[in-house]
Design a protein around this ligand. Structure first.
Ligand code: SAM
Length: 482
């Protein structure tokens, strides 16, 4: 039987079923242990030091106790600490991105995904390079600077060369004042050699959702195709890191399996990356199963309420304080609002989940991967964020300045975020306001930029940021960054 070892490179040892079961039993046994819960909460709280704020994070066992706890006052404390951590490391900035669907050809049999091989209802589509260009122009015209590219797994129709061509095309399009400055990639698990090619193509984060950490369920939910191989899928992030990609994004598709099991697995995966590579995941995504072409979310009986969903987000925020958290337009405005407060640092906006969707006047449904709950335009999302006190950020500076992996984490921990990320957010927001915003959004935005400039502690940085913002307003100069 496999023995738990966070340093192992074997899936069954670093995501160890027995360890997860023992963790869940420990959490259940201690869910009313107020003394223990208080000590875990105390450990999780950000501590102020001379060099800024530090947070110790939690082990999967400690975090699982918090998730199991049902005492209302303690849950309230968790939300408060999650918010405190969010503000300490991410401030009130929210990074904005959009997904770009390249191809829905897929040879897998994932039972929750409408792209599965046996689905004959949906037209199969793959963008040509001309179509990629047209989609990118449409995205730039909305104001996007960051994309997450998405594709089914199909070695014949979507080989790595196709993905690399698309990345090149995306980076080559400069329409008016627009450009895409960071391409994150969400494609199936692949080889070290292919990860190296993605790295060389200049990708940002490599994102791969585990879907479920529960091996038995995983095998049933992925009955056919290369994705059926649980170990190969689970060990993908280690190969990505071996290939030189040091920003990787984890995620679970909530609703497939018991959330407490998934949560423990997710935190163990983060601990494993830290133990082996010295750097945890760059982001964690929290998608929930949605209705799609031939997919009924009711068919998966582990769906979670909004309340539990929020508690999971708060516990992730507390357990892995330096990891960004992403929420997509799978969720409604209402849910996104609450999640932003307790830990989310990135949202998608104006998304279309269909292949070629951005160049269509009307939102097309025939090739959508899942229904989009938040159907507002990017301009509406930007205005809404600002009205709720968040700074929409289109910043891509870190990875372009080589601040990836542990260097990004050091920035996060150094307390320099207000002198670096904050002005970068304001300068990229100004680009958005100047080039793409509606008059109303522009008005709200410029008021926010003025107020937020005052919060930059370093006077020299403040003066440079102010000058750059004036340049953006009065010239075509763009892409300033610290
Ligand atoms: N084919 C790649 C893979 O298998 O990892 C790329 C990812 S796929 C385009 C993006 C993600 O969408 C999947 O990892 C899955 O978690 C999510 N997804 C699939 N079907 C979904 C559904 N019905 N509702 C919500 N999310 C879904």
């Amino acid at each position: 039987m496999a023995v738990y070892d966070p340093k192992s490179l074997k899936a069954e040892e670093f995501i160890n079923d027995e360890e997860i079961r023992e963790t869940l039993a420990y959490a259940e046994a201690n869910k009313n242990n107020e003394e223990l819960i208080d000590s875990i909460l105390e450990k999780a709280r950000p501590q102020k030091t001379e060099k800024g704020c530090v947070c110790s994070g939690l082990t999967h066992r400690e975090a699982s106790v918090l998730l199991a706890c049902e005492i209302p006052e303690k849950i309230q404390k968790m939300y408060e600490i999650a918010e405190e951590i969010k503000l300490a490391f991410y401030g009130n900035r929210i990074v904005i991105f959009a997904p770009l669907y390249l191809s829905n050809y897929c040879v897998n049999g994932c039972v929750y995904c409408p792209y599965h091989l046996k689905n004959k209802h949906i037209p199969r589509k793959k963008l040509t390079q001309e179509e990629v260009k047209a989609e990118v122009i449409a995205l730039q015209d909305m104001g996007h600077k960051r994309l997450a590219i998405e594709a089914g797994e199909d070695p014949v129709n979507n080989p790595i060369e196709y993905i690399l061509d698309c990345i090149n095309t995306i980076y080559s399009v400069h329409h008016k004042n627009g450009d895409i400055r960071r391409v994150n990639v969400n494609i199936a698990a692949t080889t070290v050699e292919n990860y190296r090619k993605l790295k060389e193509a200049g990708i940002g984060t490599y994102i791969l959702f585990q879907e479920t950490y529960h091996k038995e369920s995983y095998l049933q939910l992925h009955p056919t195709g290369p994705k059926h191989d649980y170990d190969y899928h689970t060990e993908a992030m280690d190969r990505a890191m071996e290939g030189g990609i040091d920003d990787v994004g984890l995620g679970v598709l909530f609703g497939l399996e018991m959330y407490k099991y998934e949560f423990a697995g997710l935190i163990m995966h983060a601990e494993h990356l830290e133990a082996v590579h010295g750097v945890g995941p760059h982001t964690i995504s929290v998608p929930r199963v949605k209705h799609a072409d031939d997919i009924d979310p009711e068919a998966f009986d582990n769906s979670i309420s909004d309340e539990i969903f929020e508690k999971i987000a708060a516990c992730i925020r507390i357990a892995v304080p330096y990891t960004g958290m992403i929420i997509s337009t799978r969720e409604t405005e209402e849910v996104r609002s609450k999640m932003l407060k307790i830990g989310i640092s990135q949202v998608s906006g104006g998304s279309r989940t269909s292949v070629g969707g951005y160049t269509e006047q009307e939102r097309p449904h025939d090739t959508e991967q899942f229904d989009v709950s938040d159907q507002r335009t990017l301009d509406e999302v930007v205005a809404w964020l600002m009205e709720n006190g968040h700074i929409p950020s289109f910043c891509t500076a870190c990875y372009r300045a080589g601040r990836t992996g542990d260097r990004f984490m050091s920035l996060c921990k150094s307390g320099q975020i207000l002198n670096c990320c904050h002005p970068n957010a304001l300068m990229t927001l100004t680009e958005y306001l100047e080039d793409y915003a509606s008059p109303r959004t522009k008005e709200i935005g410029y008021k926010m930029v003025e107020e937020e400039l005052e919060r930059i502690p370093n006077e020299k940085v403040k003066a440079i940021a102010r000058q750059n913002i004036e340049d953006i307003k009065n010239s075509n100069r763009r892409d300033f960054r610290f």
